[in-house]
Every structure is written in structure tokens, then in C-alpha cells.
Design a protein around this ligand. Structure first.
Ligand code: UGB
Length: 625
């Protein structure tokens, strides 16, 4: 042991002094006896990788002992959570920072064009067939929710998964997602005559969201899902970088800590792989992995059909897409063809699409075409991957995703940064490493059906160019009512015309507040079976359906109606329901006397009068007011 320490001391001191870092090397050397052999190896690696500045301010031996140990604990974590370790992180960072300094275009040699994919029209025969195929296949699916982001753009103090998706029922995003997955699980089981399987559900969290996500699940009995069905995978942050040599940044508040920042949603691939979850799922017959984001309540309306497309076309990668407005903050799905003949269908992120187009003969960049939309379908970051080929690919890459770096330089010499930067990666960049033989496609559908994220705070949302979506809590909630109203209309219900209103400076359409539990209406053919031809719902109405077997026969609603029934109760709703109902009142987002989750949407629901019926026993019932 003594001789090992001597030789390490020798090699460290050589590294330090040869590198011209006498002070920091001496500091480290003096503290060596404090370190375990693993920690000494890490110290050696840091010195070899030009990181001796990390020890420059270290105190004399015997001082700050616990902090020094904690420093190496952190280094060990940063080292083990990154594929290839810190050495590889620093090496990649140097390459990417050099490319960035030299202004290298990441798409050099590639020409963008509009790809072809499956475009679906809600409610037509093709859509209905794909939905059926998707539900059948769902028993072989697993869901992965990326929820490690703090939502800085939204500025909400809680975790986004705990936010109500809509305030008529107050159902939060996580509850809604779990209920959708459970409804899909039941429907798949019924359609495949008892071949029932639990659909696994993994959630990627981060230090910013982990404990609050767990707490949300535990305090709500996992919203009806078995706790064993849910797996939480925590992503680690990555080290920040201070300069073009990829010198790791120290935390400004603690000289014994490296500053860290999120690495991006791309971490999900390496975590799924390294945790062994993918292999477990593969061994239990899972075939499809569906990835999704934290605040898109409409998403599951598009999932059955898209899964049907994946299964029918045997796609290795299928991205869900919606029409995209030019400059909208969603990536564009693009076919990139290289001068050497290679081509790939991939998301080009919203900040890269415009420069790429300008550099390849489109002087106007990211603009709308004659349809009023960008010709490139908008990526909503819902990916469906076929597990077999995915696992094979990850065996080669370990789940490492092509990274990028986005330093904000102090000036045009590009030698210093305004603040520390870090490497980032995105989950939709997974296809970048796939061979040309991989079947990569997309499924496009209407925005009103499948996409209404909650990402922007009220102030920023109000500044969104006219005609572009707000992506705020206001628009996210109103989009749910619009989608449900349009679906019922398509099923034959007369639904009142929306009115225009302004909340938090955003002009939105206010449709009747119609909500239902996913088990009531998961796919269109089910909804059609539950809705008679002569129903009507006026604009001022609120309709909440919580039972599985609730049938609207001849309902004329002008007010608020809530029907809650256990699964074994079959309820026919008919006749005319008229009451003062629930109204919507504006609130200002600056009014701190109002709860944050309410004021960020700019309105609250005032419950004046309603008809509420509960059916707690099995049997056949009729609700005739
Ligand atoms: N997320 C993590 O889990 N970990 C992280 O480190 C970071 C995020 P944002 P973004 O559909 O609207 C994406 O910040 O990245 C989770 C696509 O890149 O909401 O700006 C986070 O919790 C873009 O192409 O979005 O943009 C959240 O659930 C477009 O599709 C998710 O990752 C856009 O989303 C997304 O994070 C969109």
C-alpha cells in the first residue's frame, strides 16, 4: 500500500509539475493520505485530463476533511453516471467546444427536405383501424415519461406533473397519464380476449423532481396503478465547463464542489439501458417503448393510432408529429441527405432549422408555406421505438446520444463564456446513430387532437406572435375542452360554438368544459358507441363523465352535469339538464392571493349550480332529470 501511494504521489507530482500546476498538485499531494485507492485513481484521471485547477484552493490537510471527501464522492458519481466516464465527457467537450468556436455547422454536407410519413385524419376509417391495431398491440407496450426538467420557461414552483391539466376536475398530469395507461391496459386485455398484461411505466426524474414525484405518487396510492408497475429512474446532472479547454467549473458557492447542470432528456436512453430495465422488459415480451413528455394532456388521444402505425408498418422508430408554425418552439422532422448519399429522418431542433435552411439555398429560412404552416412536420417528442432493434443498438452505444454544446460567448473572439456551459443531449436524437437500413418514420395528426403542452409562463405566452400557439397553462387547459368538444361533435353531438376570451393577455377559444376519464373514451369507435345521435351540449355547459359505462342517449345539456359511476354500473343519461352551471372568471397572474396553479392560467371556475349523480353499485340505471 505504502509503495502504491509513493508511486501515485510520484506520478501525480510529475503530472502536476510538468503541467505547470505546482500549487494545485502540491495541494492534492498533501491531501493524498485522506483518499481511498479509488479516489486516488480519480485524482490521477483529473490531473491527466488537465483539471488540476480544481485543487488550487484546497485547504491544508486536516481542514475541511468532510468537504474534501464529499468532493470525491461527487467526482465518483459524475464519473459513473456518464457512459465512458468523466474522461470521455471532457474529451467530447473539448471536441464540441472546438467545433463551436470554429463555427462548424453540425449539418455540414447535409441537405434538408420534407420527409414522407403517415398523415392521419381523425375519425376516418384509416384512423379507426389504426386505433384498433394500436389498442391490440398495447399489451406489448411500456411507457417512459421524461420528467426531469424543472420547467424554467413555465416558472412554476412545483413539479409540472403535479399541475392540474384542467381545473374542472383538478386532475393533475401524472394522474391523467396513469389513468390513460391503465385504460389502454384494460382495453388491450379485452380486445385480445383475456391475454392480459400489465403495462410497465418508467418515469425519468432528476434531483430537481425526484422526491416530489415520488411523494405525489405515494400520497395518491399511485393513482390506481400497482406501485410495482412504476419505476423511477433518476438522471444525474453533468459537470459544467468554464472554458474551451473543458476545464470543469467549480460551484461558485463551494470550492469543494463541481458545478452541475441538467444534461437533457437524451439521458433516458442510457438510464433505461444501464438500469437493466430494457432487458427485463424485453425478457417479459415487451415490444414497443413509448416515450413522452410531462405536460401534454392531449397526447394519449394520438397514442393508440400511432402505435397502430408502428405495428402495421413495423417501424423501428416512429415520431408523433403535428403541423408546425414557422419559428414555433418545436423541432421540425426533416429528411437530411448527405452529399455521399446517406440519408436520415430526424428532428432538427427549432433553433437549428432556420440556420440550416438558410445555409442550404432557402434564403428566407424557417417560414410558412402556402398552407400557412412550416412544410416540416413539428416534432412533439413522443417516440415509439421497437424494443428489439433498440436494445441491439444500445448494446453497441450504451445509450450514449450525440451531444451538443451551446456556450454563450463573451465576445466574438469566442475565448470566454458569459457563464459556464455543459454538454446536452436530446432523446429524439437517438436515430442519429442508426444504420440506413433502420425503418424510421413519423405519424402526423391534427394539433387540436394531440398537442397542447404547458411550457410558457403567462408573460412570455402573451408575447407569442399572433397565430402561433401559446403553449401556456391557459391554452393547455382550453385545448382539452376544444378536443373533447370536437370529438363529441364528430360522434354526432351538437356542441355549442366556442366564444373568444382573453386570459392573462392570451386570446383563446372557450368551448364547453367537457371532460371524461380515459376509461370512458379511449378511442373514437368506443366513444361513438356511447353517444346517441340526438344529444346536445351548449357552450356554457360543463360535462364530467367518470364512469366506464355511461351512455349519452338523448341528453340536452345547458348547465353542469357530473356523472360518476363504478365500472360495473351501466348508466343511460337522457333528457334535458338545465341549471346555472359553472362559470369562468378571469384572474390576473400577478395576483398572489390566488393559488399559483390557478393564476398561471388566468381564470378560475366558479361552481354555481350542478346536477351530480353517483352510481356506487353494480347494475343498470337510468339518469333522467
Ligand atoms: N426533461 C428531462 O427529463 N430532463 C432534462 O434534462 C430536460 C428535460 P422541455 P424542450 O414537444 O414541445 C422538446 O424543456 O427540450 C424533460 C423537444 O426537444 O419541455 O425545449 C422535461 O421534463 C422539441 O423538439 O422541452 O423541447 C419535459 O418532459 C419539441 O418537441 C421534456 O423533457 C418540444 O419538446 C421536454 O423538455 C415539444
Amino acid at each position: 500500500m505504502a509503495s502504491a501511494l509513493e508511486s501515485t504521489t510520484h506520478s501525480l507530482s510529475k503530472l502536476g509539475i510538468d503541467g505547470g500546476f505546482a500549487n494545485s498538485a502540491t495541494n492534492l499531494l498533501k491531501n493524498l493520505p485522506l483518499l481511498s485507492s479509488e479516489q486516488i485513481e480519480l485524482a490521477k484521471m483529473l490531473m491527466e485530463m488537465g483539471q488540476s485547477h480544481l485543487f488550487e484552493q484546497w485547504a491544508e490537510p486536516g481542514v475541511d476533511v468532510e468537504e474534501k471527501k464529499a468532493f470525491f464522492d461527487q467526482v465518483a458519481r459524475l464519473n459513473s453516471s456518464y457512459p465512458g466516464g468523466l474522461k470521455s465527457y471532457i474529451k467530447t467537450a473539448r471536441e464540441l467546444l472546438a467545433d463551436s468556436k470554429n463555427g462548424k455547422n453540425p449539418f455540414d454536407g447535409f441537405t434538408p427536405s420534407v420527409p414522407t410519413g403517415e398523415s392521419l385524419i381523425f375519425g376516418d376509417d384509416t384512423f379507426i383501424n389504426y386505433e384498433q391495431a394500436g389498442v391490440k398491440e398495447a399489451k406489448n407496450a411500456a411507457f417512459v415519461l421524461v420528467a426531469g426538467g424543472l420547467g424554467e420557461r413555465l416558472g412554476y414552483n412545483g413539479i409540472k406533473l403535479a399541475l392540474p391539466a384542467e381545473t374542472t376536475t383538478g386532475t393533475c398530469f401524472l394522474q391523467h397519464y396513469i389513468e390513460c395507461i391503465l385504460a389502454l391496459q384494460d382495453a388491450s386485455c379485452q380486445l385480445t380476449e383475456g391475454e392480459c398484461k400489465e403495462i410497465p411505466f418508467a418515469i425519468m426524474t432528476s434531483d430537481d423532481t425526484h422526491s416530489r414525484t415520488l411523494e405525489l405518487l405515494e400520497s395518491n396510492s399511485y393513482f390506481g396503478m400497482k406501485p410495482s408497475q412504476v419505476k423511477l429512474l433518476k438522471q444525474e446532472k453533468v459537470a459544467c465547463l468554464d472554458d474551451n479547454d473543458a476545464r470543469l467549473a467549480l460551484d461558485p458557492k463551494n470550492k469543494y464542489r463541481i458545478q452541475t447542470k441538467p444534461h437533457g432528456h437524451g439521458d433516458v436512453h442510457s438510464l433505461l439501458y444501464s438500469s437493466g430495465l430494457l432487458k427485463t422488459w424485453h425478457d417479459t415480451g415487451v415490444r414497443w417503448i413509448l416515450f413522452f413528455q410531462d405536460t401534454n394532456a392531449l397526447l394519449f388521444k394520438g397514442i393508440p393510432a400511432s402505435l397502430g402505425v408502428s405495428a402495421t408498418k413495423q417501424l423501428h422508430v416512429n415520431s408523433l408529429a403535428v403541423p408546425r408554425k414557422a419559428k414555433e418552439a418545436i423541432g421540425g422532422i426533416t429528411k437530411l441527405t448527405h452529399a455521399d448519399g446517406r440519408s436520415v429522418v430526424i428532428n432538427v431542433e427549432y433553433n437549428q432549422l432556420d440556420p440550416l435552411l438558410r445555409a442550404t439555398g432557402h434564403p428566407d429560412g424557417d417560414v410558412n408555406c402556402e398552407t400557412g404552416y412550416s412544410p416540416f412536420p413539428g416534432n412533439i417528442n413522443q417516440l415509439i421505438l421497437e424494443l428489439g432493434p433498440y436494445l441491439e443498438e444500445l448494446k453497441k452505444t450504451g445509450g450514449a446520444i450525440k451531444e451538443f454544446v451551446n456556450p454563450k460567448y463573451k465576445d466574438s473572439t469566442k475565448t470566454a463564456f458569459k457563464s459556464s456551459t455543459r454538454l446536452e443531449c436530446m432523446m429524439q436524437d437517438y436515430p442519429k446513430t442508426l444504420p440506413p437500413s433502420a425503418r424510421v418514420g413519423f405519424t402526423a395528426m391534427d394539433t387540436w387532437l394531440a398537442y397542447s403542452p404547458v411550457k410558457n409562463n403567462p408573460e412570455d405566452a402573451a408575447k407569442v406572435p399572433k397565430g402561433n400557439p401559446y403553449h401556456s397553462a391557459t391554452s393547455g387547459e382550453m385545448a382539452i375542452y376544444r378536443a373533447n368538444s370536437l370529438i363529441l361533435r364528430k360522434a354526432g353531438v351538437q356542441v355549442g360554438e366556442p366564444v373568444q376570451e382573453v386570459f392573462n393577455g392570451q386570446e383563446v377559444e372557450v368551448w364547453p368544459r367537457i371532460t371524461w376519464k380515459p376509461k370512458w373514451g379511449l378511442i373514437f369507435s368506443d366513444i361513438k358507441k356511447k353517444v346517441g345521435k340526438s344529444c346536445s351540449v351548449s357552450q356554457k355547459s360543463t360535462l364530467v363523465i367518470k364512469g366506464r359505462k355511461v351512455f349519452l342517449e338523448d341528453l340536452h345539456l345547458d348547465g353542469t352535469l357530473i356523472v360518476d359511476a363504478v365500472d360495473e354500473a351501466e348508466v343511460k343519461v337522457e333528457g334535458s339538464v338545465q341549471n346555472k352551471g359553472w362559470t369562468i372568471e378571469g384572474v390576473d397572474y400577478k395576483d398572489t392571493s390566488v393559488l399559483e396553479e390557478i393564476r398561471i392560467r388566468g381564470f378560475k371556475i366558479k361552481k354555481i349550480e350542478q346536477l351530480e349523480k353517483n352510481f356506487n353499485e353494480p347494475g343498470k340505471f337510468s339518469l333522467k332529470p
